[in-house]
Design a protein around this ligand. Structure first.
Ligand SMILES: [Zn+2]
Length: 284
């Protein structure tokens, strides 16, 4: 189910609808799980979901970011510091507008499924970010975002990542798990984490600005605009990926989504988005 107000051509609508029915069995997170066993927080949370009608996006948001979100009453997201934010801005958007002006509701327009590649047309789960929410949590300027950065040991070097929401701790767990997989070593070279910038060719802020994203293994990476030069957001494009899914699963296990699961693929890119993984595991 895609939001009815996101106005897309009928064929697009059907295509994205179908992307939600895939097998999400490997989309797991245990971002706040101190142990390194195979029991993830999402497993526990999914078991605890009350029966009856539930708004999955609101539920996932609260579960993923308990340090910030106190409650969601109707359309009002209430933060622990007293701030409020609308969940749904009520505006009609096409695909481009949704990416550039995402409200919180738009973040859940499609379910994430890294097993389903090549992804369905425009299935970009996690690529839309409510900028107001992310700036509130991680910092609204380079100065604020930088204050939250800490060092994470990554393959013998220190990389900068935000401590907010346990993102840095989660990246450290990814590094630890990868250290037990020598067969994946060639994919682990980091080419960047924190960098305050806009998304290439767009006006919206990159996830790297918040210190929640890491790019790895550039020599093995594929990016939609490298493979499809001059393509526009709603063009039909050709997919490419050279990363093994085993690598992706390790990141997902600790709350990260993979850019290779997007129709607009960015296979080097991993981003701490526990709400997207949680939402995608909720029952229909
Ligand atoms: Zn990236």
């Amino acid at each position: 189910m895609i939001k009815a107000r996101v106005l897309l051509a009928a064929i697009t609508f059907l295509s994205i609808t179908s992307c939600r029915t895939g097998d999400n069995g490997n989309a797991e997170t245990n971002a706040s799980d101190e142990s390194c066993n195979n029991t993830s927080n999402t497993d526990t949370i999914v078991e605890k979901i009350p029966s009856g009608r539930i708004d999955g996006g609101k539920y996932a948001l609260q579960q993923a970011y308990p340090d910030f979100i106190k409650s969601i009453d109707g359309n009002t997201v209430r933060f622990k510091d007293g701030d409020t934010m609308p969940y749904d801005d009520g505006k009609e958007k096409d695909f481009d507008t949704m990416l550039d002006n995402s409200d919180i509701d738009d973040m859940f327009f499609c379910k994430y499924d890294s097993n389903n590649t090549p992804p369905e047309y425009l299935a970009d789960a996690g690529r839309s970010r409510c900028e107001a929410l992310f700036k509130k949590m991680y910092g609204s300027s380079p100065e604020q975002a930088t204050k939250n950065l800490v060092n994470v040991s990554w393959m013998g070097k220190n990389v900068k990542f935000t401590r907010v929401n346990g993102a840095a701790d989660s990246l450290a767990k990814v590094a630890d798990e990868l250290s037990r997989h020598p067969e994946l070593k060639k994919y682990t070279a980091c080419s960047g984490t924190y960098y305050w910038r806009k998304v290439r060719g767009a006006e919206r802020q990159s996830a790297h600005s918040y210190g929640i994203a890491i790019d790895i293994a550039v020599p093995y990476s594929d990016y939609w605009l490298w493979k499809n030069p001059k393509a526009k957001e709603t063009d039909h494009i050709t997919y490419a990926n050279r990363f093994p899914h085993e690598l992706v699963e390790i990141f997902e296990h600790h709350g990260f989504i993979w850019g290779g699961a997007w129709y607009h693929f960015d296979t080097m890119h991993f981003e701490f988005r526990p709400e997207i993984l949680l939402y995608s595991r909720l029952p229909e």
